[in-house]
Design a protein around this ligand. Structure first.
Ligand code: SF4
Ligand code: SF4
Length: 188
């Protein structure tokens, strides 16, 4: 397996796990909400970014891309993997404000940034989705990607543990802070 194939496999597997957790978390709010957060201009990045197109070659969408609706259908987004990272980043005020305290809000924010974190500075200062031509895939640093993956996996484990039992350790906070610095307002 080439390094690029390893990156695609690891990235996709990680994105799927994060998507499932975020979807399970947000669904109780989103399914009764009339606001439509998905916008076709967000979907477009999945078409314009060669890395996301490559992911889609490996994991085709359930339905073809639609120029006006993007990937959105009446039953939601049909892109299971290869979504623009920004799709995961948005946590609306309704969801954020419903968290029992600042710590829960912070952990949720870290969860929403994991996919973005994974691709950061993959090729120089370029995020994986900012690579503009497939010729530039050779610039991707495999060792940097592995480091990001390690950080993102550690933070994800901390999130799963926290949402499971509500407890947090200093080690978990250190893992979360690699993705999003802990606000000073959170005192443990
Ligand atoms: S993220 Fe918030 S605003 Fe968007 S659909 Fe879900 S509940 Fe509604
Ligand atoms: S989640 Fe899917 S439908 Fe929504 S903006 Fe992102 S790619 Fe488009």
């Amino acid at each position: 397996m080439s390094e690029l194939d390893c990156i695609i496999a690891s990235y996709s597997s990680f994105e799927i796990r994060v998507r499932k957790m975020l979807t399970a978390f947000c669904n109780p709010y989103c399914r009764v909400c009339t606001n439509l957060c998905c916008k076709s201009y967000f979907c477009k990045e999945s078409i314009s970014a060669p890395f996301l197109s490559l992911i889609r070659e490996h994991f085709p969408a359930l339905l073809p891309y639609n120029d006006s609706r993007g990937w959105l259908t009446e039953t939601g987004c049909v892109l299971g993997v290869g979504r623009p990272p920004i799709c995961y980043e948005f946590i609306c005020d309704r969801i954020a404000d419903d968290q029992p305290d600042l710590l829960h809000e912070y952990v949720l924010k870290v969860l929403s940034r994991l996919v973005s974190h994974l691709g950061k500075n993959a090729a120089g200062h370029c995020h994986l989705v900012e690579i503009v031509t497939s010729d530039e895939f050779s610039r991707i640093s495999y060792s940097r990607f592995r480091k990001r993956l390690f950080e993102a996996e550690n933070a994800f484990s901390a999130i799963i543990s926290f949402f499971g039992n509500g407890r947090v350790t200093n080690e978990m906070i250190s893992a979360l802070a690699k993705v999003v610095p802990k606000p000073k307002t959170i005192v443990l």
